[in-house]
Design a protein around this ligand. Structure first.
Ligand code: FES
Length: 171
């Protein structure tokens, strides 16, 4: 068993299991909005934690778009995951202010600690690691977010403490 088994309640962004009918309902609920594609993708991403490939033809049909157009938008925006997130989501700021405060060292430490590459989920599916570009905490960088909670002035040791707290000290 992985040393980082998650003890606290799962991250909300892990989302609900994929369900075609629920997805179609979400698409239909938003289809009449102006510029409906982005609100639909955000709603699907929020509900399921990602945008399943099976959602593409549903969206294309409902909005009278090609599948390629829908794919293109999903690929363009980093906000939309293409697969379910891990149990916890860690977002590390890679923008300038954080980089200037040794953010690179923190990034390397986080990836190693979670056993996950940026943009991927650890093999045990406990952690998804993502890059973000400014969390609005530039004055207290480096910063990151764990399951939607912001953390400022994060050092590698502090990150380890955050993860220990999250996992009930199992590390
Ligand atoms: S640059 Fe990292 S929080 Fe703004």
């Amino acid at each position: 068993m992985s040393g980082l088994a998650a003890a606290r309640s799962p991250n909300k962004s892990a989302g609900n299991p994929w369900d075609r009918d629920a997805a179609r309902g979400i698409v239909q609920e938003h289809r009449n909005l102006e510029g409906a594609l982005l609100p639909i993708l955000h709603a699907l991403n929020e509900h399921f934690g990602y945008v399943d490939a099976e959602a593409v033809p549903i969206i294309a049909d409902e909005l009278n778009l090609s599948r390629a157009e829908v794919h293109g938008v999903i690929s363009f925006y980093h906000d939309f995951r293409k697969e379910p997130a891990g149990r916890h989501v860690v977002k590390v700021c890679r923008a300038e202010a954080c980089q200037s405060m040794d953010g690179r060292t923190l990034e390397t430490h986080v990836a190693k600690r979670l056993k996950a590459e940026f943009g991927a989920t650890s093999a045990d599916r406990n952690f998804t690691l993502e890059a973000v570009y400014c969390l609005g905490l530039c004055a207290c960088s480096p910063a990151l977010m764990v399951d939607g909670e912001l953390h400022a002035r994060v050092t590698p040791a502090r990150f380890d403490a955050i993860i220990a707290d999250l996992t009930g000290g199992k590390s």
